[in-house]
Ligand binder design. Structure first.
Ligand code: ATP
Ligand code: MG
Length: 457
């Protein structure tokens, strides 16, 4: 990919970061922006954090910003400097010690050489330094790679991934976010060193995977590096190439999931993950009928269990696990297009979850054979009706019922389980649209019902 417009000016640098650079320089030190902020600035993207690197030792940085600096990560040489209401991380040039666990250096040593500091960084595009005037120091030709749209490890990729295997996920995350090509030797090293991801904490993998899934180019990355994702999500692998033998489908299970993940809206990481895993149960559930047509009975339930286990292993939050399993479990459910049916669906799922479920079903449908069916207009109709019901503020939860337990006690229902039963009865009458959700109407309905105490023995 060719990139132009690598122009930028001092005014693109955040004022706080610029102030820190200039103050360090005035005190006689070298000071450079480095890492993601330089990469993003040169790409014309908005940097979200500003990292400064300097030859000043941490205590020297502290003395340049007395009262405005906190030694946040002294063992790594990092001082947080407050400037113009922002916090800028200032780190002393350093080299990493030997790596013994494929993740953390055994120690760090400070150096007076900027090149040495840049050499420890993962990718050439993350190893460009830029000073307050926009001058670049770029010994690994990161800018050339940025222009060409290439991700390349600084020096030997195998060694770099062996030092810290999380870099594998970082590289793929940038490929997904930026749409860059991974350079050949770097790509080969990702495949050959992938098992080292087994040494990385699950939450770090999840964090990178989710960021990767938010990227515009996640699908080609997942397709090209499926083996890598298989290291921490082996359940995905049997889907690859699994033929569906069903007229509804034009893709194998994995391709179908990828297409569905691309189609889902909003395109959040958790919904994309849901689509990626929504058919994870299929390979375990395959049967063929007498005509040779493939079926996957119970794949949604089995898939939900599998997805739940995957999410647990990756230390997803309880909310994420609940959402993922609920959506996978119900992805094949028919969403009704009638008022009563939708009110029931609303009472079961609530508005937010029901909308998510519709989004999942739309995406699932978009990734199937549209010569055979197209349910998009059906979901348009469902969503229109849903909008109408919500606009009317219809009652779809017990909380919204116009009477509560106290009202029923006052109306003569005896204390005890009958109160709950009566409430459930009235709620059902309202959902079925036999009674309107108004106090008087409900109490009248109650009187007419078997809960009417007068008629009780
Ligand atoms: P972003 O902040 O957009 O996620 P980034 O590249 O800035 O991306 P940070 O975690 O902020 O990521 O790290 C800042 C810089 O530190 C990187 O650009 C890179 O130079 C270096 N770096 C971060 N993590 C690693 C790592 N695991 N191995 C080598 N260098 C790293
Ligand atoms: Mg950053």
């Amino acid at each position: 990919m060719q990139r132009e417009n690598m122009r930028f000016s001092e005014k693109n640098i955040q004022p706080a970061a610029l102030a820190v650079l200039k103050t360090l320089e005035s005190a006689g030190f070298e000071a450079w922006l480095v890492g993601g902020c330089v990469r993003d600035l040169l790409l014309g993207l908005q940097p979200h954090d500003w990292d400064v690197t300097t030859n000043a030792l941490p205590e020297e940085v502290m003395s340049v910003f007395p009262g405005h600096s906190i030694p946040t990560g002294l063992q790594h040489g990092t001082v947080s400097v407050r400037a113009l209401g922002e916090t800028i991380e200032v780190t002393t040039y350093r080299v990493d010690g030997a790596y013994f666990d494929h993740r953390h250096p055994s120690g760090v040593t400070f150096t007076r050489s900027l090149s040495e500091d840049l050499r420890r960084r993962d990718l050439t595009v993350n190893a460009i330094a830029m000073d307050a005037r926009g001058k670049r120091f770029d010994p690994f030709e990161g800018e050339r790679d940025l222009t060409a749209g290439v991700l390349r490890c600084v020096e030997d990729p195998v060694r770099r991934y062996r030092e810290d295997a999380l870099r594998i996920m970082r590289t793929l995350r940038f490929a997904s976010r930026l749409g860059f090509e991974v350079e050949g030797r770097t790509a080969a090293a990702i495949h050959s060193e992938k098992e080292l991801l087994g040494n990385i904490a699950a939450e770090r993998i999840r964090e990178e995977w989710f960021r990767l899934l938010s990227g515009a180019h996640f699908a080609p990355v997942m397709r090209e590096y499926t083996d890598v994702f298989g290291v921490f999500c082996p359940e995905m692998l049997p889907m690859v190439g699994f033929r569906q033998n069903n007229p509804h489908h034009i893709y194998d299970v994995f391709e179908h999931c990828l297409h569905a993940a691309e189609a889902v809206r909003p395109p959040t990481a958790i919904l994309r993950l849901t689509m990626l895993l929504h058919d994870v149960g299929k390979p375990l559930c395959y049967t063929e009928d007498a005509q040779g047509v493939g079926h996957f009975y119970a794949h949604a339930e089995i898939g939900a269990e599998m997805a739940g286990r995957i999410a647990q292993r990756l230390k997803c939050s309880n909310e994420e696990i609940e959402l993922l399993t609920c959506l996978v479990k119900n992805h094949d459910m028919l969403i009704p297009n009638t008022r009563k049916g939708l009110r029931r669906a609303l009472s079961r799922f609530g508005e937010e979850r029901l909308r998510e479920l519709i989004a999942v079903k739309r995406a699932d449908d978009l990734a199937q054979n549209h010569a055979v069916h197209d349910y998009q207009s059906y979901f348009d109709e469902v969503e229109r009706l849903l909008g109408e019901l919500l606009e009317e503020e219809v009652c779809f939860s017990l909380k919204q019922l116009a009477v509560d337990g106290r009202d029923l006690l006052k109306a003569g229902i005896p204390q005890g389980p009958q109160v709950g039963e009566a409430l459930a009865y009235l709620f059902n009458e309202v959902l079925e649209e036999r009674v309107i959700n108004e106090r008087e109407a409900l109490l009248t309905a109650l009187k007419k019902s078997r809960y009417d105490l007068q008629k009780r023995p």
